[in-house]
Design a protein around this ligand. Structure first.
Ligand SMILES: [Zn+2]
Length: 95
């Protein structure tokens, strides 16, 4: 669907003029639309909150409900999920 939309936009670059479209800018825009939602957090933010998330998990609390954005990120980001699991194991080991 996006691809069809792109083709449509590019085809609009007619010699008659109009707004010139920078393909690179357009690509970045589309990637942005595809990969983020307004309420999403990134790896940095996830990492900052991860220790608290792990603490809640270890305390037997519903960390996913308390910090849904972190849970959401962990569902999508393999790196952060590994980080989470490693942290969880480490804290369990010293608990
Ligand atoms: Zn991440």
């Amino acid at each position: 669907m996006i691809r069809r939309w792109l083709r449509k936009v590019f085809r609009r670059e007619d010699p008659a003029g109009g707004m010139p479209i920078d393909p690179e800018t357009l690509g970045q825009m589309v990637r942005g639309i595809l990969s983020t939602r307004p309420d999403e957090i990134g790896c940095d933010e996830c990492f900052e909150q991860l220790d608290r998330f792990v603490e809640l998990t270890l305390a037997g609390k519903d960390a996913a409900e308390a910090m849904p954005l972190v849970q959401d990120h962990l569902n999508r980001c393999h790196d952060c999920r590994e980080e989470f699991e490693a942290l969880l194991l480490a804290l369990k080991a010293v608990a």
